[in-house]
Design a protein around this ligand. Structure first.
Ligand code: PHE
Length: 442
């Protein structure tokens, strides 16, 4: 087997992890979740879920990854030999592939919109662009294929030359672009209503379902409970600081979600679209923004490049989990693993894509195929994975080993270790179980 690769520097680790975290979850999912779950009150719950539940899970997952230096399945085999924990590893090989299947459908929407921007389709009346597009059969399928092919392309190049290089160039670019577009969006007439919507909480909107969605969004956005952070951390060197890398990642992810919220919500109100519209919200709103700008088409091109890149730095992290597993556990080549897994993901993704068109009538538990996968992964599978990771680190691993990882052998975080360990051992698991139970009852 080939020698395992490592990320080259501390910055490279943070950028790759932030690259995984920042993606469609911030630009596409966050605004529509806020809109569906009642606005600012949801944002507060989301913040709490990130700090209290998500961050400890990040540390736990990263600790497992780096300690084992393995893929998700191998990590459990190594750290808990002969125990059923390896099945948890297997669960986290499958979840990211499921998630990638519908993720790459939305990635495809970004590909298609980039094409539309390049052919100046966002001038004049923009209503109906999105609904015509997703309800058709071939156009979204082709876009989905292109997106997955790009993802596979980066993965084929490897950890250092592929993932590391790509995220180093693209992450800083993302922040600059979103800021520029936000400043413009805030000048649109009627946009202040959107700002108000984001900052004035209405606490009567908080329900068990809203809390579960906030937790789901935190997991989705920070790429947790699904083996991605575990896999990336397995490429971290021993002397790097897991706690600070995690905190930087979470901070940049939150910041990016808020920026995206301030791009989308004001425009939603300016365009007179209902915030509770659902998964199409962003893709219905953006054409309107661009049609209102003098230099709209240039900005539109830049913006869809941005979304596309953000989506790619996340989708590669999803595919890498499965590829690392196939290479290390099954002895497959990186190339074969990438191509076979991408093909499987394509098929499931195609069903999700068609669920907005020809397969619209197909329902699973009352939801369309796409929505079912989205909710099942983020509200159930990811928190479940996160719960199991915290139980593993908090209750199964030896405390001394956990300390060794989280303090990098006593180098950092010695003072805060106790608090972090408490969060991992008690607060996060109890919090997740509580949300699960309330969700089941209601
Ligand atoms: N966090 C990514 C986003 O916000 C999605 C993702 C989830 C990536 C899980 C990897 C693992 O878009």
């Amino acid at each position: 087997m080939q020698k395992r690769e490592h990320f080259g520097s501390r910055l490279a680790v943070i950028l790759a992890m932030a690259g995984s975290a920042i993606g469609l979850g911030n630009i596409w999912r966050f605004p529509y979740q806020v809109g569906q779950n009642g606005g600012a009150a949801f944002i507060l719950l989301y913040l709490a879920a990130c700090l209290v539940l998500a961050l400890p899970i990040f540390f736990a997952e990263a600790a497992i990854g780096r300690r084992s230096g393995s893929n998700v399945f191998g990590a459990m085999k190594k750290l808990a030999p002969g125990s059923p924990w390896k099945w948890v590893g297997l669960l986290t090989v499958i979840t990211p592939l499921l998630l990638l299947s519908y993720y790459s459908v939305v990635g495809g929407w970004a590909v298609d919109y980039l094409y539309k921007a390049c052919t100046f389709s966002f001038s004049g009346n923009t209503s109906g662009i999105f609904s015509n597009f997703i309800s058709s059969t071939w156009e979204p399928l082709i876009a989905h294929t292109v997106f997955l092919a790009l993802t596979a392309g980066v993965i084929l190049m490897g950890v250092k030359k592929g993932i590391e290089k790509f995220t180093k160039i693209t992450m800083p670019m993302l922040f600059i672009l979103i800021l520029v577009i936000m400043l413009f969006g805030l000048t649109l007439p009627g946009s202040w209503k959107g700002v108000e919507y984001l900052v004035k909480p209405d606490f009567s909107k908080i329900t068990a379902e809203v809390a579960a969605s906030a937790m789901g969004q935190a997991f989705f956005s920070l790429s947790l409970g699904i083996g991605t952070i575990l896999t990336y951390a397995s490429y971290m060197k021993k002397d790097e600081n897991i706690v600070s890398s995690g905190t930087y990642t979470a901070f940049s992810d939150l910041l990016f979600a808020f920026l995206a919220g301030f791009v989308i919500m004001p425009a939603v109100f300016a365009a007179g679209i209902a915030p509770s519209e659902g998964a199409g919200l962003v893709f219905e709103t953006l054409p309107y923004i661009f049609s209102q700008m003098h230099t709209g088409s240039v900005v539109a091109i830049l913006f869809f490049v941005t979304i596309l890149v953000a989506a790619l730095t996340s989708s590669i992290s999803l595919l890498e989990v499965g590829v690392a597993y196939m290479v290390e556990e099954k002895g497959w080549s990186r190339r074969r693993s990438t191509l076979v897994l991408a093909a499987g993901v394509w098929v499931v993704g195609a069903l999700c894509s068609l669920s907005f068109g020809p397969l619209e009538g197909v329902k699973i538990l009352g939801l369309g195929i796409f929505d079912f996968f989205d909710q099942f992964c983020s509200n159930w599978l990811m928190p479940l994975g996160g719960l199991l990771f915290t139980i593993f680190v908090g209750w199964y691993m030896r405390k001394a080993d956990v300390r060794d990882e989280l303090t990098s052998g006593g180098r950092f975080n010695r003072r805060i270790f106790g608090a972090v360990y408490f969060l991992i051992r008690y607060v996060a698991p109890v919090g997740i179980v509580m949300v699960f139970i309330t969700n089941l009852i209601f």
